[in-house]
Design a protein around this ligand. Structure first.
Ligand code: CU
Length: 267
């Protein structure tokens, strides 16, 4: 960036510097790759966007799910720095060939946010299958929702990197539906007082870690990695001298913006 010193005073330069990142910071997105669990054959992509007003926008596109069926999906994890991650098959402690939701929980954490299509998004809606998205006849699922900051657990946006997306619902006996013949009755639903729910409906099908997406990474000395998300572009802007230039100007706003970036960047 060039500053014709005869034309630009420090305040003008500062205004120019601040104008660009404001737009870039409005949408801070992280990309999440949803990988199959339980040999479900399902996978997907998700984008979590922390909006400027504190709301969280979630977009999920998945394929290979049980067709015409409701898929419970959640953000799992914790905002208190616990190290949760997606499980592998070693979490299948009862050895039935499927990691159940309960077996996975010590690894991926409790339900943090229920990704329902409408209404409540708390843990209490974890099994609200009537408000969960339904895969189409081909097993594709599309989900978009913006959850207001007031409805998010404290620290959600700040701790996005500690969360994972889990989509539930598998088809163990390959008949394109949930039924008791596949894996029997859901022990999870049963423990919640719901009887007759197939285990197939509650076992996880995909899991994706937000932490795998280099959330908020602003390496000292510049940004060389990343997935090209908005988040990374913002980080790149600051990392590639923006912060240094602003700091050199020594204005109050610099501190505020820097702490904003770094608070998203803590690993
Ligand atoms: Cu879940």
């Amino acid at each position: 960036m060039r500053f014709p010193r005869t034309l630009l005073t420090v305040p003008v330069a500062a205004a120019l510097l601040l104008a660009t990142p404001t737009a870039a910071l409005a949408d801070e997105s992280v990309h999440v790759k949803l990988l199959e669990l339980n040999n479900s054959g399902a996978s997907g992509n998700a984008t979590l966007t922390a909006l400027d007003n504190g709301d969280l926008k979630i977009s999920i596109r998945s394929t290979g799910l049980v067709p015409n069926s409701s898929h419970a999906q959640h953000l799992h994890g914790s905002a208190t720095g616990m190290d949760f991650h997606c499980p592998d098959m070693s979490a299948d402690t009862n050895g039935n060939g499927y990691v159940s939701t309960e077996e996975g929980m010590p690894v991926y954490g409790d339900i943090f946010v229920s990704l329902t299509t409408k209404g409540d998004t708390s843990k209490a809606s974890g099994l609200a299958v009537d408000r969960m998205p339904i895969a189409d006849a081909k097993g594709n699922l599309s989900y978009d929702r913006t959850i207001a900051s007031a409805d998010l657990p404290k620290g959600t946006v700040e701790h996005l990197k500690d969360l994972h997306i889990v989509e539930h619902g598998v088809d163990a006996n390959s008949n394109d539906k949930y039924d008791l013949d596949g894996l029997g009755e859901s022990t999870l639903a049963k423990s919640a007082g719901l009887s007759g729910i197939p285990e197939e409906a509650t076992d996880p099908a995909t899991c994706g870690m937000v932490s795998g997406a280099a959330v908020g990474s602003v390496p000292v000395g510049g940004v060389a990695t990343g997935d090209g998300s908005t988040r990374d572009r913002a980080a790149a802007w600051y990392g590639a001298g923006g912060l240094a230039l602003l700091a050199a100007l020594g204005i109050v706003v610099v501190t505020r913006r820097r702490s904003y970036v770094l608070s998203r960047a803590q690993r």
